[in-house]
Design a protein around this ligand. Structure first.
Ligand code: KL2
Length: 418
């Protein structure tokens, strides 16, 4: 019989610049000042390991006792975990379609969740789900994103994303909507060109969904398995809002592997103009040729002035996005400097899963660099602590008797000040 791992809530009360740790894994209320006009909610990001992928990559799970790998053993544990943590929003990856229909969705619905699902394109039958508590939110819009594009040869992979716009249910007054995004980016460590383009497509969709009438953006939470490690160029791009990728090898983008032998350098631009996404990661205004009827009933096509700008942009190796995004986790234990891990199996133990969020101004003060648009801010109240690789090998790695995915769930509590 294996032992169990201990994870505790870390409470982060930024207003007094003190970090408070409270042991125990129960949802104790944060000791932050209570404010009247607030909306608190929790978010879980969890790659639950689809049974198909487990079986396709069985060499990764040779350290596991056979019975713990059966779906009939794993699912009750996963459900127990979800029920225990009781998050208001779940962003799940590797949700297998048949299990979703027969077990996952019905179980989560009976726990009070509304569920939305986007299956991957192609032949692998898994996808991303976002589920939220009826009692906390109403659904404003559902926006699936397919990263496969038959008209863009680069984009021949079947990964997807899902972006929801949710309306907080609050007793008094109005609240802005909250944009929740979930994705599972391409695994292939060598194809950073595809990963960056998939990320740009997700950011473009988030921009369009989170965009408010006054030109600002509502608060954003972006979760998922990004198949990229902390400090990698892809990770830095998310956090800093800009990336100069000149001379960068495609195998260096995600930081999953060290070697970049024989690897191509990212082309400038990374993706072709017909993708319709700018270097700022927003959808480009449609380049529809103006059709003007002349007196002689001939049609004349004129190209828009913006065409010139698009051409100039092509020469630059700079990517940007408009949000200032912070990571819920800091990726290293402060006392020892040992890395946190979110996934652990026989080939690797690294962080690839994240919860990013648009932080309140004070959390990002002094952040240099990119021009940042006005984005609604969230305060991070707390997070469920992660573990080291060593911690996980004391319970035989993942999955094990009690933890039934090869990833750990990530969990954060946020406050929206109204
Ligand atoms: O790393 V993952 O696991 O985020 O936990 O994302 C992918 C990998 C997932 C979806 O494609 O399947 C796993 N070697 C190791 N793992 C792989 C491989 C592979 N060749 N292919 C897919 N996965």
């Amino acid at each position: 019989m294996e032992g169990t791992i201990k994870r505790h809530w870390e409470y982060l009360c930024n207003h007094n610049k003190e970090k408070t740790k409270i042991l125990g894994d129960k949802n104790i209320d944060c000791k932050c000042e209570d404010s009247e006009n607030k909306f608190d909610f929790s978010v879980m990001s969890y790659n639950i390991l689809s049974q198909n992928l487990l079986e396709d990559n069985s060499h990764l799970y040779r350290h596991c006792r056979r019975p713990v790998l059966h779906w009939s053993f794993r699912f009750p544990n996963i459900l127990k975990e979800i029920k225990h943590f009781d998050a208001d929003v779940l962003c799940l990856q590797e949700v297998q379609e048949d299990h979703y229909g027969t077990e996952i969705r019905p179980s989560l619905e009976s726990l009070g969740y509304h569920c939305e699902y986007k299956i991957r394109t192609g032949r692998k039958p898994d996808g991303c789900a976002i589920c939220f508590k009826h009692s906390k939110f109403s659904l404003l819009s559902v926006n699936p994103v397919e990263f496969y594009r038959p008209d863009v040869p680069l984009l021949d992979r079947d990964n997807v994303g899902l972006v929801l716009l949710l309306q907080p249910k609050i007793a008094s007054g109005a609240s802005p909507a909250i944009c929740i995004a979930n994705t599972h980016l391409l695994y292939n460590p060598r194809r950073g060109d595809i990963k960056l383009t998939q990320l740009a497509m997700l950011l473009a969709e988030i921009s369009s969904v989170a965009h408010q009438k006054d030109g600002s953006f509502c608060p954003i939470v972006m979760c998922g398995d990004f198949n990229s490690v902390p400090g990698s160029p892809l990770y830095s791009f998310i956090k800093e809002g800009k990336l100069n990728y000149e001379g960068l090898a495609i195998g260096k983008v995600s930081g999953q592997e060290q070697s970049s032998r024989g690897q191509r350098i990212l082309s400038i631009p990374i993706w072709p103009p017909n993708l319709g996404i700018s270097q700022n990661c927003v959808y480009e205004v449609q380049q529809v040729p103006k059709v003007e009827k002349t007196d002689s009933d001939q049609t004349q096509t004129q190209l828009d002035k913006t065409e010139v700008l698009v051409t100039a942009e092509k020469l630059s190796s700079n990517l940007q996005h408009h949000f200032s995004l912070s990571s819920v986790y800091s990726h290293y234990f402060p006392d020892t400097g040992i890395p946190e891990v979110t996934t652990c199996h026989s080939r690797s133990a690294i962080t690839v899963d994240y919860i990013f969020y648009s932080a309140e101004k004070e959390d990002v003060a002094g952040q240099p660099g990119a021009e940042v648009a006005l984005v609604g801010g969230l305060k991070l109240l707390g997070r469920l602590s992660l573990l080291t690789e060593q911690d996980l090998w004391t319970v035989n790695g993942l999955p094990n008797e009690n933890n039934s995915s090869d990833h750990l769930p990530l969990l954060a509590k946020f406050r929206l000040e109204l």
